[in-house]
Write a protein that binds this ligand. Structure first.
Ligand SMILES: NC(=O)c1ccc[n+]([C@@H]2O[C@H](COP(=O)([O-])OP(=O)(O)OC[C@H]3O[C@@H](n4cnc5c(N)ncnc54)[C@H](O)[C@@H]3O)[C@@H](O)[C@H]2O)c1
Length: 360
């Protein structure tokens, strides 16, 4: 089988991780790399055994010169996701772009439109979606075990974990905690719910703690964000995320349905749902049931661990070989950008704002 020929744009921290995964997959060959800092691209090429002549400082030049490129890993900072992604798609290449899809809703929309127009795959690297408990939660939801979900919380928390570099400035990252780590929780929740459409957002963001932490003087993005999101069907998602907070935890993600409720590790109901027993059996797992008064707490045991990075790249390459679709539909990932845009507008105006998923 011919190897898939890959290029990498942006040779910073995460690009090395992409290379580590690519280097372990037999049918992938990285043939070109690019960074606006030429020196970085050259050193990266040397480190990973890519021909030095194929180290570029312009992705347009790279796309023009190295004809054999089939897919592009976009590993630039958030504000620089759109241009290389659109250029690669327009050049007829498939794209695996780092999360979040983009720093702005306009950028994300342009990327999804370019993918549709080119008929090429755009996959956003939200690897958390492949975690076994997230995959299982979606199966539980699809089997109707929870019934209609009327309320959920999507929660992540670092007590102290503000990154540095390009992550803490609007001009490179666009946002702080809300998109950096928040995108994983938010997408896991939206994926589990099968992507309901948001209609309003009321949000709060702040950077109070960062102001007193030496070394973060240039930070102009949020360290904490919380939002109340209303979906088209009237249901609610509360979203909470932090890079820094005076708390051990902000709680955990959970879903409340009319028939049952669940976290990403337990299911709660009045009795054991037959559909759940069937699902758990068909997945080769076991259901541990604890009786609490007249109710039951249930835990699924025996889910096989997954290397989510390896899985993500293999699914992407499989889609490239089979002609698609993208393993995670970019039109669905766009909803995270719609909500994040609502969070930014609402936090700034201190009012609830309307949001709308753009037509593609
Ligand atoms: N999936 C994960 O686990 C994970 C982890 C960390 C970062 N990320 C994401 O990866 C992206 C990059 O993060 P990072 O830590 O590698 O950042 P980084 O700042 O270390 O690297 C970004 C690189 O992109 C280059 N660059 C910027 N604009 C460019 C352009 N127009 N053309 C070519 N190169 C350009 C920069 O010079 C820099 O070398 C971010 O979107 C971030 O959210 C994902």
């Amino acid at each position: 089988m011919d190897k898939i020929k890959v290029a990498v744009v942006g040779t910073g921290g995460i690009a090395n991780h992409h290379m580590g995964v690519y280097s372990k997959i037999e049918d992938i060959q990285v043939v070109a790399v690019c960074d606006i800092i030429k020196e970085k691209a050259v050193q990266f090429a040397e480190r990973w055994g890519v021909p030095k002549k194929n180290a570029f400082s312009s992705y347009n030049k790279m796309l023009e010169t190295v004809d054999e490129i089939q897919t592009v890993s976009v590993c630039t900072f958030n504000q620089a996701h759109r241009r290389p992604t659109v250029a690669a798609l327009e050049a007829g290449k498939h794209v695996l772009c780092e999360k979040p899809m983009a720093a702005t809703l306009a950028d994300a929309t342009a990327m999804v439109r370019a993918a549709k127009k080119s008929n090429k795959i755009l996959h956003i690297a939200i690897h958390s979606r492949y975690q076994p408990h997230v995959v299982m939660a979606r199966k539980i939801m699809d089997a109707g075990i929870l019934g209609d979900v009327y309320y959920c919380e999507s929660v992540g928390c670092r007590r102290r974990g503000i990154p540095g570099g390009t992550f803490i400035q609007k001009k490179t990252a666009g946002f702080g905690a809300v998109v950096d780590i928040g995108v994983y929780n938010m997408h896991d929740t939206l994926f589990t719910l099968n992507y309901p459409k948001p209609v309003t957002v009321s949000a709060f963001t702040c950077d109070y703690l960062a102001k007193n932490i030496p070394g973060l003087e240039s930070m102009d993005v949020e360290e904490f964000g919380a939002a109340w999101v209303r979906f088209e069907d009237g249901s609610i998602m509360v979203f909470k995320i932090s890079w820094a907070v005076h708390a051990n935890s902000l709680g955990h993600s959970y879903f409340l349905g009319k028939k049952a409720g669940m976290t990403f590790s337990e299911i709660y109901a009045d009795s054991v749902p037959e559909e759940l027993e069937k699902l758990v059996k068909s997945e080769g797992c076991t259901l541990k049931v604890d009786k609490v008064d007249n109710m039951v707490n249930m835990r699924i045991e025996g889910m096989k661990p997954v290397d989510v990075w390896d899985k993500q790249v293999r699914e992407f390459i499989k889609a490239v070989r089979s002609g698609g679709p993208s393993p995670i539909d970019p039109e669905k990932v766009l909803i995270t950008n719609v909500i994040m845009d609502g969070i930014a507008r609402s936090a700034k105006s201190r009012k609830e704002v309307s949001v709308k998923v753009p037509e593609i």
